[in-house]
Design a protein around this ligand. Structure first.
Ligand code: NAD
Length: 303
């Protein structure tokens, strides 16, 4: 066991499988007491079972660590609250929350139903809010803590997962808002965009050029939860981790501006905008075109 998180209390949602499980195991191995939350559902969010969270608690205990299970659905306010209340009841404090829980319901936008949109937004975006909401009140009062959201490279856009992409973009804005609003209370908020072999990534219909294991993601999360990251003042950041590679994303910012004397008209905009303000080409558009070409040629597209 290491001691990166000695004496800390950390709650992890979606901790029964994949990346969340690796985060829970790594946090416990580094000395944290861990709340293991998992609703125990399929990739699409169906058939809940409490066994998934219980199994990870047993694994942690067998390795000499400390953990407690919460099998609630974090897309509800009561579920998010229970994750936080369980940490307080079992361990008396809460130093970090890691919102990993997620589901997929893939469909092209023009065919997507409300039943495909709502649960994906509810699990990822609202499910991060419910836990951040309850945890941030505790962390504000104790003057410190770490909030970690899980996003995806897909926040840039997605051909067939507009629901997932929108939720992941929302999580980044939620994390930045938490970083801004809680900075003065000593609370940090960051987002992680992982690329790791799990049941969820197994369904991706392309060869991922850079992919790692859930343990690679867990190492970054443990660092972000630790005093070492707090000392560096890391907050409001989005990090990709894909096997051996860690990258930081740029903050959104305006590129170019133009001003109109006397105000804009459509005609003035048509004359000025293309040559001065211009556009910022979308890297994914080119990649999608290349993937379409590869698919038509019968190749397995590479990203
Ligand atoms: N695996 C990747 O390469 C990858 C890439 C980008 C983003 N992500 C994100 O990382 C996170 C983890 O993904 P994973 O690949 O480990 O997936 P996974 O399917 O292996 O695990 C997700 C876990 O979340 C749980 N869960 C789902 N809905 C829940 C709810 N309402 N309440 C509580 N728990 C719930 C599931 O039961 C499951 O155990 C997700 O947010 C995912 O979007 C993963």
């Amino acid at each position: 066991m290491g001691n990166f998180l000695a004496g800390r209390v950390v709650a992890v949602t979606g901790a029964g499988r994949g990346i969340g499980r690796a985060v829970a195991l790594a946090a416990a191995a580094e000395g944290a007491s861990v709340v293991v939350n998992d609703y125990g559902v399929s990739v699409a969010g169906a058939d809940p079972t409490s066994e998934i969270a219980d199994t990870v608690v047993k694994e942690i205990e067998q390795a000499g660590g400390t953990a407690v299970a919460v099998a609630d659905d974090i897309s509800t306010m009561a579920g998010g609250r229970r994750v936080v209340d369980t940490a307080l009841a079992a361990y008396g404090r809460l130093d970090g929350v890691v919102c990993v829980a997620g589901i997929l319901r893939e469909r092209m936008l023009f065919n997507m139903s409300e039943q495909e949109w709502d649960p994906v937004i509810a699990t990822h975006l609202k499910g991060t809010f419910t836990v951040f909401r309850a945890a941030s009140a505790v962390m504000r009062a104790q003057r410190g803590g770490t909030l970690i959201g899980f996003t995806s490279g897909n926040h840039q856009g997605s051909v067939s997962q507009a629901n997932y992409s929108a939720a992941k973009g929302g999580i980044i804005s939620l994390v930045r808002s938490a970083a801004l609003g809680l900075h003065k209370y000593g609370v940090s908020a960051n987002a992680v965009a992982p690329v790791a072999r799990t049941r969820m990534s197994a369904g991706v219909p392309m060869e991922l050029a850079e992919i790692g294991e859930p343990e690679d993601v867990a190492a970054l999360v443990v660092y972000l939860l630790s005093e070492r990251a707090r000392e560096e003042g890391i907050t409001g950041q989005v990090y990709t981790v894909a096997g051996p590679r860690i990258a930081v994303w740029a903050q959104p910012r305006e590129l170019r501006a133009a001003y109109a004397e006397g105000g804009w008209t459509p005609e003035r905009i048509a004359a000025v905008l293309p040559r001065t303000v211009g556009t910022d080409p979308m890297p994914l558009l080119e990649r999608v075109a290349e993937m379409g070409r590869a698919a038509r040629a019968g190749e397995r597209p590479n990203t």
